[in-house]
Design a protein around this ligand. Structure first.
Ligand code: GCU
Length: 354
């Protein structure tokens, strides 16, 4: 029934299972970068990290069960220097620590969207990046990473929007995480809420070091299929937030039911790695049903790779449901657009499930 529903909506097939998945993966990623998000900047030069000295607050964080580290990341891009801060919360005296790289609205740790102590108590490390420390959330392309990259020139059709630049920032945090031997990169996830859930999916898709990408309530241009979507559409999102995307994406306004790709391409770009999508029952602007259907459509790629894809029933789930056991996972909780403790527990559970 769900497969017929998707076919009836004209959701494009991702892969026929012939040839090499990695080359097809690169093709679909290329489509998404060229048409929607823009290409991420090239690799940084002279990348280095500076850790602030521990103080009373950082030493006693989480009753001393974890250290809170304030780190500054610096590099050269386009011949110009750039730096941004982030925070790391790392359980003490542990090995093989699973971890999240959280792209957040604020740099604060803890924060309403980041119950850091609860993650530590469950054995997880978390890195948190305040997205505006990378570049502002508006059409100003002269500040932060955007300023360094564009240097005052106008953006071209496939130049990155802000989502791609925030994703690039989170990849630099991963550069730092990879230097810490106590962490377990095979249980690493990039995670974000809403616009930063869109960012987390793009970040994971374009960087194979992330074992998993997790989006919370990411909706339009995140996990949700455009075709027959409730709430936000391409026209609405590009009217208010044109700067999140590459300039060329605006040509798809009004074409949500016809465009040559859809958001299941973004989920499938994680294959053969893992992806988890979270929805909230009252978040009709994001459209939980279309977030779920995108998982169904993407799951086929893993099946074709002879891996467990998306093990769901043949119907749209009621809240509260969580689907584990495959390389694509999904959960819907009751309530509104928010990154809740309950959501975090589901994501921790997913990382524990493999
Ligand atoms: C707006 C936008 C959404 C986005 C959300 C958020 O509602 O339309 O696409 O996900 O902001 O980031 O909170």
């Amino acid at each position: 029934m769900l497969k017929e529903l998707l076919a009836g909506r004209g959701v494009p097939a991702i892969w026929d299972g012939t040839g090499d998945w990695e080359s097809r993966r690169r093709e679909i990623l290329d489509t998404l970068l060229q048409e929607e998000y823009g290409y991420l900047p090239p690799a940084p030069e002279d990348l280095h990290f500076e850790e602030a000295k521990e103080d009373y607050y950082s030493i006693n964080f989480c009753a001393g069960h974890a250290c809170l580290r304030r780190v500054v990341c610096s590099f050269t891009l386009n011949g110009k220097p750039f730096s941004f801060p982030f925070k790391a919360v790392i359980p003490r005296n542990k090995e093989k620590i699973p971890f999240f790289i959280h792209i957040n609205f604020t740099p604060d740790v803890p924060d309403k969207y980041l119950p850091a102590e609860e993650l530590v108590d469950n054995g997880f490390a978390v890195f948190s990046l305040g997205y505006k420390d990378v570049t502002s959330d508006d059409g100003d392309m002269t500040n932060g990473l955007a300023g360094v990259l564009f240097d005052g020139r106008p953006r071209e059709a496939s130049d990155p929007g802000k989502i791609a630049l925030w994703a690039y920032g989170a990849q630099r945090v991963m550069d730092y995480a990879m230097t810490l031997p106590e962490l377990d990169p095979t249980h690493s996830a990039v995670v974000g809420h809403s616009r930063l859930g869109k960012t987390a999916l793009l970040c994971g898709a374009t960087d194979e070091r992330f074992a998993c990408a997790i989006s919370n309530d990411s909706g339009c241009c995140g996990a949700a299929l455009f075709r027959e979507k409730e709430g936000e559409t391409i026209e609405k999102i590009t009217n208010v937030f044109p700067f999140w995307f590459c300039p060329g994406f605006a040509k798809y306004r009004g074409l949500d039911n016809e465009l040559p790709f859809d958001q299941h391409f973004l989920l499938a770009a994680m294959a053969p790695r893992r992806v988890f999508v979270g929805s909230a029952s009252e978040d009709s602007w994001a459209d939980p049903a279309n977030e779920f259907l995108s998982c169904v459509a993407a799951g086929e790629v893993w099946e074709k790779l002879c891996l467990p894809g998306f093990p769901c029933e043949d119907s749209i789930p009621e809240p509260t449901t969580a689907i584990y056991g495959g390389r694509v996972g999904y959960q819907i909780r009751e309530g509104r657009h928010f990154f809740s403790r309950q959501d975090w527990h589901r994501y921790m559970e997913f990382l524990r499930s493999f």
